[in-house]
Design a protein around this ligand. Structure first.
Ligand code: HEM
Ligand SMILES: [Cu+2]
Length: 506
């Protein structure tokens, strides 16, 4: 199962395998391919916004296609498959079982991703990653928008099958000696995420079907011209996708709980509070969906309820951060790549959470809503926090997957380019929002303040692009030529690295 690269097997053996490490590897590699593809679109967007007026894209409608595919790709083809891949690779090892509960279902869930991705990439829809009506029902050109709808349906089904597999593997296949309160917090992170997926996704699944039949003209759920209500779509959409942001985040929380004690050489400060905060966060995630609609005309009472529901997530997130800091406090910290990325992610999480509280405060949201502030806020989370911890975890698992060590100095260059880049892009975007720059736009007025800030943001994005190129080189070069890892304890932190000698039929 380990040393995939040091003792290569024929490619078809991995492609047709149902073994959890092979399926995990396919998930992980695909997620990185999509990270780079989505990243290329991000560079396109930032280059277009480098100067006012047309810069590299001449057709404004095409700009909409670029940011639609960028968002859809990075959320559903980078974050979700990466977490599923790491879950596949590690969960059976951590719960001491030979494989996932349903290995073939596992492979099926993975193999739904390529067709889903193909529909999204070949379609080039222009409806935004949220597909809001009435545009998506009555104006958006087919077949692009229809391909987007079917692509998301397939990816959603894949997520549901994957989640069922995780829940059953963790709850039913764990070693009998392992009580549920002994499971590593990474396993808890995947478990709560999977249960949330099963609870959240059906609503959007229904919404997508309604959207499609509206497009066919056989229904009018969301078409105001025929008595439908576009706001109803927003409720259904955010009832799935507000929880979804925690579905993205909780695997990263689990990873941080795995990495921080190891690289601080101290036990977790409070395991039980970590479990409780994960469970409560997954419940509270459902109580705040309409904070995305605070500016769309709800009654004052409704808005207040959702403001409070949103703020309830703050102490639960703070509990995790407190646990992480208390765990590392006074430890003998080793700042190898995994720890550096995790700490960088936590630092940006503070900034992102502070911006989120501003969005949640009713009067302030009227200023920030639909402005670049929101773009800065959620990118600090999805890119700054979640992706940072994911990348740190990738460095951590690199020896297990390849049997070799990555280059620490290159990982450091990667980290600093990304960290400084993230601050330059996403913090500046907050300020751009306060200066009145709306989101989802192709052009902006030629005002000196707006120009300079957009240029700072674009420069930061380029730094991130260079950082990711360094990362790609490091991964490929080290997998082929890196020095062999000491498999017992590759990071020299006095911890037994995973059960790497395990061997089961592939
Ligand atoms: C788990 C971490 C979080 C993630 C991944 C996340 C992600 C997002 C995303 C993707 C959006 C924009 C969606 C869109 O319209 O396209 C958003 C908006 C928003 N977030 Fe967060 N968020 C997180 C935490 C928080 C926290 C802690 C708060 C409040 C305390 C918060 C409050 C808000 C609000 C109010 C909006 C809507 C802003 C508006 O459109 O006016 N978020 N978030
Ligand atoms: Cu939300």
């Amino acid at each position: 199962m380990v040393l995939e690269v040091r003792k290569p097997r024929p490619l078809w053996e991995i492609l047709f395998s149902t073994h959890h490490t092979d399926v995990g590897l396919l998930y992980i590699i695909s997620s990185f391919v999509f990270l780079f593809m989505g990243g290329a679109l991000a560079m396109t967007i930032r280059t277009e916004l480098l100067t006012p007026g047309p810069t590299i894209i001449s057709d404004p409608a095409f700009f909409n296609r670029v940011f639609t595919v960028h968002g859809t790709d990075l959320l559903f083809l980078w974050l979700l498959p990466f977490a599923a891949g790491m879950g596949n690779y590690l969960i059976p090892i951590l719960v001491k079982y030979k494989d996932m509960a349903y290995p073939r279902l596992n492979a099926v869930a993975y193999w739904m991703i390529p067709p889903g991705a193909a529909l999204i990439w070949l379609g080039w829809a222009d409806i935004g990653w949220y597909g809001y009506p009435p545009y998506s029902t009555i104006r958006a050109p087919g077949p692009a928008a229809d391909m987007w709808i079917f692509g998301l349906k397939i990816l959603g089904l894949s997520s549901i099958l994957g989640s069922i597999n995780f829940v059953v593997t963790i709850l039913k296949c764990k070693h009998p000696d392992m009580s549920i309160m002994k499971l590593p917090l990474f396993v808890w992170g995947i478990l709560t995420t999977s249960i949330m997926t099963l609870a959240a996704l059906p609503t959007f699944t229904a919404a997508l079907i309604m959207l499609y039949t509206d497009r066919l003209g056989v229904s009018s759920f969301f078409n105001p011209a025929m008595g439908g209500d576009p706001i109803a779509y927003q409720h259904l959409f955010w009832f799935t996708f507000h929880p979804e942001v925690y579905i993205f985040f909780m695997p990263a929380i689990g990873m941080a709980y795995d990495l921080i004690p190891k690289f601080s050489r101290k036990p977790i400060f409070s395991y039980a509070s970590g479990v409780i905060a994960l469970i409560l966060l997954s419940i509270i995630g459902f109580a705040s969906w309409a904070h995305h609609m605070l500016a769309t005309g709800m009654t004052f009472t409704e808005k207040t309820v959702f403001m409070i529901g949103t703020l309830a997530a703050v102490p639960m997130s703070a509990m995790h951060v407190f646990n992480w800091l208390a765990t590392s406090w006074g430890g003998r910290i080793k700042f190898a790549a995994p720890m550096k990325w995790t700490f960088g992610g936590i630092a940006l999480f503070f900034a992102a959470g502070a911006g989120g509280v501003v969005n949640t405060a009713l009067p302030l949201d009227f200023i920030t809503h639909d402005s670049y502030w929101v773009v800065g806020h959620f990118h600090l989370f999805v890119m700054g926090t979640i992706s940072f911890i994911f990348l740190g975890f990738m460095y951590y698992l690199f020896p297990l997957i390849t049997g070799r060590m990555y280059n620490e100095r290159l990982s450091s260059i990667h980290f600093w380019l990304m960290f400084i880049g993230a601050i330059m892009v996403f913090v500046t975007q907050h300020v751009l929002g306060l200066f009145g720059m709306p989101r989802r736009i192709y052009d902006y007025v030629s005002d000196p303040d707006l120009i300079i800030m957009n240029q700072i943001a674009t420069t930061g994005a380029y730094l991130q692009g260079i950082g990711m190129a360094v990362f790609l080189y490091n991964m490929i070069n080290s997998a082929v030529r890196g020095k062999p890892a000491k498999m017992e304890d590759p990071f020299e932190i006095g911890e037994v690295y995973y059960d790497h000698r395990r061997r089961e039929p592939h």
